[in-house]
Design a protein around this ligand. Structure first.
Ligand SMILES: [Zn+2]
Ligand SMILES: [Zn+2]
Length: 260
């Protein structure tokens, strides 16, 4: 075993001195200007020796970023994840799936009453007009989007930064998710000029069922990094309970996933 689990040690792995103009495998293909992961000072000269991703201006900053105490940067938790990223160059599909499933699970308390309420509203509306009655692909789904990357959502602590260097140093610690209730027939407009999204429509259609009471919530997901996919979620607490709970709002909601 050449890989030592550094996540359990209480002091950070020795910082490695970077050459004056760091041009390594992480930075060379991207135009990221590195800044200290702790204080955002530009051109940090040290890197975390374990993951070689996190950069620091000083050992003091590295120490504080490693800490999981209040005010710390939680790098101790994020480091193994960042390390796997540099090893693989990217996260593999299975790991992305895991992150997506975790995000969906965290959304459940919003997702279920939100979906049930909107299906009922939409069914009422279409019952009132006869124009929708013969739509062959009637059915509803939720479009789940996040302005944050899969990697940020995969961080075990607070996903405060992009792993490729904090390009947005003043960014707050929140990870946001937006839910939008949609009819399947609206996808035509949605996927226009988007080959990746349109290639997902067959599998989305397979999980979208017409009519009111649904077994599961079909989801189309998209993250800031460009990841798109189809997923589904159980209706938490069941349809009837969600119907009784109701929903204060409309067919779109934005929330901070770390508050859920
Ligand atoms: Zn610093
Ligand atoms: Zn590290």
């Amino acid at each position: 075993m050449e890989e030592k689990d550094t996540s359990l040690s209480s002091s950070p792995p020795l910082a490695a001195q970077l050459p004056p103009s760091a041009d390594d495998d992480i930075g060379s293909s991207n135009n990221y200007d590195y800044v200290c992961y702790r204080c955002s000072k530009p051109d940090p000269t040290l890197a975390c020796a374990a993951c070689k991703v996190a950069r620091y201006c000083s050992k003091e900053c590295q120490k504080r970023d490693w800490s999981c105490k209040n005010g710390g940067g939680y790098h101790k938790l994020n480091c193994p994840f960042m390390k796997s990223l540099t090893r693989e160059g990217k996260i593999d599909e299975a790991e992305k799936r895991n992150v997506v499933n975790t995000v969906v699970r965290k959304c459940k308390l919003y997702l279920s009453p939100f979906f049930v309420y909107n299906v009922i509203q939409a069914s009422k509306a279409s019952a009132g007009s006869d124009s929708d009655a013969d739509t062959p692909t009637a059915g509803y789904f939720v479009f789940l989007q996040s302005p944050d990357t899969i990697i940020m959502h995969g961080m075990p602590g607070q996903g405060r930064r992009d792993h490729l260097g904090p390009t947005l140093p003043s960014r707050s610690g929140s990870r946001q998710v937006m839910l939008k209730f949609m009819k399947y027939e609206e996808t035509k407009e949605l996927v226009k000029d988007d080959f990746e999204l349109s290639s997902l429509l067959p599998s989305l259609l397979a999980s979208v069922s017409p009519g009111e009471r649904q077994e599961k919530i079909p989801l189309l997901v998209r993250f800031r990094c460009g990841f798109v996919g189809v997923a589904d979620a159980e209706i938490a607490l069941g349809w009837d309970t969600c119907e009784r709970l109701g929903w204060e709002g409309n067919d779109e909601v934005l929330f901070n996933i770390d508050d859920v």
